[in-house]
Design a binder for this molecule. Structure first.
Ligand code: GN1
Ligand code: MG
Length: 369
């Protein structure tokens, strides 16, 4: 890899870099925390964008800028209630004014300011945290609700389009010369086949015009929500690579599948993973406190399917990547993507077994909205 100090210095006209270290637990990009020289010791986030995943990183940056400008304008017109803090990670520019720097080996680097006095957590800590996570996603949707989605580019074609992931899975299975016949793999294959007929539920609703495209975050999992150190309130969402047109249901599903799994995505015992309905209620309450206004009755009808589907889809994506040899999601251990898949599938089963309880919560929340 290109020397990290040299890369970081392209984004910092005013200071010298004293430290660069790995940061966060992203599965796709390489992320580093850069510290500048004292006395201020300013810090920022440096990332090498994975261009095997994001083929047009310039458009990723463009989407980010459009969203940032729109949110800034909206907040100026109408600040959040009760003077709540809300920040968008500041895009840092290079010495010649670009929003990225391409190194001589062709890697695409970009940098963003840190949201100060705030941090994120890998898993939900309590009901208040859950409510704040939901609120953050709601604020994000509400602030972008009047941005025409077609102003954003589709930077990751097929992202969260479950039938396309199924097609890819079929293709990879077909190509496989020797099939792993372990009990885990047999379970996964049966699991996917059983749910295949239902897996196009959101795409069907999109095709018939019941659900409409809107600007989305694309990856609103718990560890992308920044929480203020002193107030415990959500103050922003980071990781904006997948801001693009989509269904808000992808985000709601992703936030719930991440937030209601209290053991986290990398728990040691996948058999013990479960979907916590109290956390679900708290996340949805927080979400609707901020996003209630633009949701339609059809939108509410698909909330249950969203959480079930996005958990299923993520499991399918991990499974396919395992079968392909871990080309997409980074792994530290062999078989890690299979374990991740099993975990999401276990979560799906837990969601399915609590369908009535989840639908009851959705009914209560809908009435209160
Ligand atoms: C990936 O890299 P990271 O952790 O921000 C993935 C998400 C998954 C997530 C699962 C562009 O996000 O869709 O939900 O892993 N991002 C992309 O942890 O595929
Ligand atoms: Mg991400």
């Amino acid at each position: 890899m290109f020397d990290l100090f040299t890369v970081a210095e392209h984004f910092t006209p005013e200071g010298r870099v004293v430290d660069v270290r790995e940061f966060g637990s992203g599965n796709i990009n390489d992320t580093f925390l850069v510290t500048l020289n004292p006395p201020e010791g300013k810090r920022f986030v440096l990332q090498r964008v994975n261009t095997r995943v994001f083929h047009q990183p310039h458009l990723v940056m463009r989407n980010m800028r459009i969203a940032a400008e729109h949110i800034e304008g909206r907040l100026k017109q109408k600040p959040l209630p009760a003077g709540r803090r809300w920040e968008f990670p500041l895009i840092l520019f290079t010495d010649n004014g670009g929003d990225h720097w391409t190194d001589p080996e062709g890697s695409f680097w970009r940098a963003a300011g840190l949201i100060e006095n705030a941090r994120s957590f890998d898993t939900i800590r309590n009901l208040d945290h859950a409510c704040e996570v939901g609120y953050a996603v709601g604020v994000f949707h509400a602030l972008l609700a009047d941005l025409p989605p077609e102003r954003l580019s589709d930077t990751l074609k097929g992202f969260h389009v479950t039938p396309l992931y199924l097609r890819r899975y079929d293709h990879v299975l077909q190509k496989k010369e020797r099939m792993d016949k372990s009990p885990e793999m047999t379970y996964c294959q049966r699991f996917v086949s059983k749910r295949r007929p239902w897996a196009h539920v959101l795409e069907d609703a999109k095709a018939t015009g019941k659900l409409l495209p809107r600007p989305i975050h694309g990856d609103p999992k718990v560890d992308n929500i920044m929480i203020d150190d002193s107030t415990g309130q959500a103050v922003g969402i980071v990781d904006l690579d997948t801001v693009k047109p989509g269904l808000v249901h992808y985000d709601i599903g992703d936030c719930l599948r991440s937030g209601c799994n209290a053991t986290g995505e990398e728990a040691e015992l996948w058999q013990e993973v479960r979907f916590d309905t109290d956390l679900c209620r708290a996340i949805l309450r927080g979400y609707l406190a901020a996003a209630g206004e633009f949701l339609t009755s059809d939108d509410f009808d698909y909330f249950y399917d969203s959480v079930r589907l996005i958990a299923f889809e993520l499991g399918l994506r991990f499974l396919t990547d395992h079968l392909e040899g871990d080309l997409y999601f980074k792994v530290k251990l062999q078989g890690q993507n299979l374990t991740r898949a099993l975990m999401q599938f276990r979560l799906v089963e837990s969601i399915e077994s609590q369908e009535n309880a989840i639908r009851t919560i959705l009914g209560e929340i809908r009435q209160a909205a």
